[in-house]
Design a protein around this ligand. Structure first.
Ligand code: UGA
Length: 443
């Protein structure tokens, strides 16, 4: 028999945790978000987010006001209070390696388990190497105080940055891995609203639950590198990569999504997840099973180099001192995240080669400046392109997709453009006298 779920804690209030906490409050639960960083807790308590995510600040403020959502640094407070604890701390790539760094997950689980004084379910949401849940279940058993019943479940998260709230409240599917009877019922109660809408609910073991997450991200990365590998071919022989993607995408077995060729994937998830998966599988002695992901990674990284090579070509190999406008520095639109960002990588390479780089991004400049303080950051599109010898579109924000030749004709020093996301109509620009390059298109 499971107790009714009323109180929920979320350990880790970064991207995933802050979103999950706010959405659980929206579903009617009392929620406390826990983090070791007092500054983060202070700003969240005021309804301020340290990152950009559409709709999330409003949702947090709403439930800070309803009183259903609070934040603390005090683990003991939730250990005595919550019925369900979600673990949502990060699993970054280890410094100097390719595997996942599990220090935060281990530390959060240990300190949580030690603080629990009321029967509860711990639910891991972080992306982890297969085998982690089983190891943490043992850790929880060893750490939990006597007389308290604590169980562990795994419930991977599939939210996209830019659509985090929507994806959390209306997921495509829910996946849970459990070992103890009763835990599934508890999670069905937590997700009752989505289940009422017939959201597919996959109840499975730890290993499958852990693997579903990395398999999904590996598949998405593979789709992107697949089309980008064909872009290398059309760049050489001619042909139109977008038409090719459209044509294969009509096959419902293939599907058109994630077949946009360009400067490739980045962000805090896809790149590190495919590397961590390969590393984990190799540790298990399966050296070959995920070896293809190495190619996926290599194809992806080659796209950045190709964008830089195109810039050299368009400027006749002479880029020193030339003003280059880089439009878009976040790893994708609707985010201020610059982790492993292709656009930022391209800008840094051009800067290191001696170009006078002017970076403009609607949301990303602040984070990019922390990582590469020496690039030239400007606050408007006009400033970026004025006097530019070359314009490169690296992230397809709506304001860049809407650009027309007439917007830039009188501002630039020379009409040279690289559309590294294939979002603008090439012939239009060429008809207005531009030298217009795309990734996947023969020059
Ligand atoms: C990704 C997954 O899509 C989520 O399902 C997952 O939950 C998340 O990682 C995670 O593991 O937390 P996200 O990193 O927010 O989400 O970004 P995506 O929308 O997947 O885009 C990833 C990258 O691929 C971006 O740099 C984007 O520009 C690039 N991309 C995407 C392409 O180059 N071509 C495409 O056709 C699609």
């Amino acid at each position: 028999v499971t107790a009714r779920v009323e109180n929920i804690s979320v350990i880790g209030t970064g991207y995933l945790g802050a979103t999950h906490a706010a959405c659980m409050a929206e579903l009617g639960f009392n929620v406390i978000g826990v983090d070791v960083d007092p500054e983060k807790i202070d700003s969240l308590s005021r309804g301020e987010l340290p990152f950009h995510e559409p709709g999330l600040p409003e949702l947090i403020r709403k439930h800070v006001d309803t009183g259903r959502l609070r934040f603390t640094t005090d683990m003991d407070q939730v250990g005595a209070w919550a019925d369900v604890h979600f673990i949502a701390v990060g699993t970054p790539q280890v410094k100097g390696g390719t595997g996942a760094d599990l220090r935060f997950v281990d530390a959060a689980t240990t300190s949580l388990a030690a603080s629990i004084t009321k029967d509860a379910l711990i639910v891991g949401k972080s992306t982890v190497p297969v085998g982690t849940a089983a190891r943490l279940a043992d850790l929880v058993q060893d750490t939990t105080q006597e007389g308290v019943q604590v169980s562990l479940a795994w419930n991977p998260e599939f939210l996209r940055e830019g659509f985090a709230v929507e994806d959390t409240l209306r997921p495509d599917r829910l996946v849970i891995g459990t070992r103890n009877p009763g835990d599934e019922a508890t999670l069905r109660e937590v997700y009752a609203e989505a289940l009422g809408r017939d959201t597919p609910f996959i109840s499975t073991d730890f290993e499958t639950a852990e693997l579903v997450k990395v398999a999904a991200n590996a598949f998405l990365a593979t789709k992107i590198s697949f089309i980008n590998a064909f872009a290398e071919v059309t760049e050489t022989v001619g042909g139109d990569i977008t038409t090719l993607a459209d044509a294969i995408g009509y096959d419902t077995r293939i599907g058109r999504k994630f077949l946009n060729a360009g400067v490739g994937f980045g962000g805090g998830c896809l790149p590190k997840d495919i590397r961590a998966l390969q590393t984990r599988v190799a540790e298990l002695g399966l050296d070959h099973s995920m070896k293809f992901l190495d190619e996926i990674d290599q194809i992806n990284l080659r796209r950045r180099k190709k964008a830089v090579a195109r810039a050299f070509e368009l400027l006749d190999q002479d880029i020193v001192g030339k003003k280059i406008a880089v439009l878009g520095i976040t790893f994708k639109p609707l985010s201020d995240d610059v982790r492993d960002s292709p656009g930022l990588d391209v800008a840094a390479r051009l800067f290191n080669a001696g170009a006078d780089v002017a970076v403009y991004d609607p949301e990303g400049n602040r984070n990019a400046a922390k990582r590469y303080p020496r690039l030239g950051y400007v606050n408007t599109l006009t400033e970026a392109v004025t006097g530019a010898e070359l314009v490169i579109l690296t992230t397809e924000w709506q304001e860049f997709r809407a650009l027309t030749p007439a917007d830039l004709n009188d501002l630039v020093a020379a009409k040279r453009f690289i559309d590294a996301r294939n979002v603008l109509p090439a012939t239009d620009w060429e008809n207005h006298g531009w030298t217009f390059a795309q990734l996947g298109r023969k020059m």
